[in-house]
Design a protein around this ligand. Sequence first.
Ligand SMILES: N[C@@H](CCC(=O)N[C@@H](CS)C(=O)NCC(=O)O)C(=O)O
Length: 91
Amino acid sequence: MTVAKDLALYHFAHCPFCAFVRRELDKLGVEVDIRDAGANPAHRKALKEGGGKIQVPCLLITNEDGSETWMYESMDIVAYLKKRFSKGKVA
Ligand SMILES: N[C@@H](CCC(=O)N[C@@H](CS)C(=O)NCC(=O)O)C(=O)O
């Protein structure tokens, strides 16, 4: 299991797009901070203010220089995770 401290996933518990991303994290064996933007008002506010809109899934990437990238769209997030963590494994 890889713990990625620079990543956090904003999600809703019952969102199918979020389930798709969580499943990919499981498959890749990657652990990130999972933040429920439906149940937790603080996470919802952070998503709105940081990312610019309430839409999940959204992957927050904290870059090496401390800047933040808020990545929306499940397909983009999964492509990023595969590229970074799949180590050439065939899915
Ligand atoms: N194309 C987006 C669709 C994401 C989407 O529709 N998410 C819904 C939840 S399932 C959402 O965030 N809706 C906004 C809201 O409920 O406020 C993706 O693939 O990530």
